[in-house]
Write a protein of this length. Sequence first.
Length: 446
Amino acid sequence: MGDDGQTGGHISVTVHESSCSRVFLFPGVSGMIAKSGKKGEFTMTASFHTYELPEYQTKALEKAGITAPSPIQEAAIPLILEGRDVVGKSRTGTGKTLAYLLPQLAKIEADKRALQVLILAPTRELTMQIEGAIKQYTEGSEIRALALVGGGNIDRQIDKLKEKPHIVVGTPGRIKEILGRKKMKVHEVKSITIDEVDQMLELGSLKDVGEIVKSTMRDRQLLFFSATVSDEAKKIAKDWMRDPVFLETEAGSMIGKIEHVYFSTGKQDKPDTLRRLVRAYDVNRAMVFVNENKGLMWLVSEMRKLGLTAEGLSGEAAKIQREQAMSGFRDGKFQLLITTDVGARGLDVEGVTHVFHYDPAIDPEHYVHRAGRTGRGTQSGVSVSILTPDEKFIVKKFEKALDLRIFSKGLEQGKIVTRRPGATPRPAAATGPKKGKSNPNKGKRK
């Protein structure tokens, strides 16, 4: 299970009332959601026993070593158990999946042979990860689950539906296709979750999602969960949901576990600067982000020429290519997975210690998605931006938008050094031989 970072303790909870919903901000670690709708500070403690979850769930949590809910979990779980529509915003690695999964599973009537919970995910990888979590947290119960994704044999998937699963998780395109064939009954679905709603928007899947939602009963529960929630996603939530509750963990929560740094270098020297940084940080497993597919395989080739082990994963990769790349990365067969924002959608890999922004993220939301690939759960991580002088303006932009500090660092004799505040960073000049041509990546995103 990937997104299950857990910590426990006390928390101050600030409750804000807006014209249409309540917003709960969680600046600390763990604590129980405030019951009051008035502004104020509350310090409480919580455990999973607070929610009276089924015994099979508490046993699964104990087996996984999870003893206390994360902030997003203790905010969301009681509301979902009450039947409220919820929009949950919390960065990757904070336990979003369990935040919506545990209460929905708890409400399933296992003796009824009917589909009761539907979860929509933007990618095959995320779908399969959620299915794995469902299996893990329903062990010992009578709950049946099924994953429906594109690329799989649709006739076999339809046959599996005859076994009357209680919960289905899948990609919008495949679920819409099966609904179009009238092979899946959704009239008894009590709860629908849209996971990574902003990614759904970016991938153009919201039209399919809307049609799926409309095919269910009007009184069903609707949940949105995502690392980022755009204004467009908020508008959709208000249109589709009944008196939605918006939950948000502070953006600044990234500061504690992830070190945010940048290095200045010339454009032609970026490949060798990346090589030197991988050596200096002694990286075993890292993700490297570029902004377009065109420059991706070029950079993979350059890293190999410079003595590093690397593989590429683009948004256009075939299913088998994605599976091979992800399997090799998880097994530690290579150091660097070089990918685009679209190519990395839905990926969840433990033990990523560093994220390198070879090309700067196009906006703060994409920066959050990228940086969140490291520092998962209780682990620490480093988010490293490699910037030309013309790209350095994004540092202040992201610092302001995300309320965090991105520190200037340098490379001197193979070691990482901190630049003093206000100093102009010297470009991290390449020390190795120049190989290949300059990166054709122009900083655009496909």
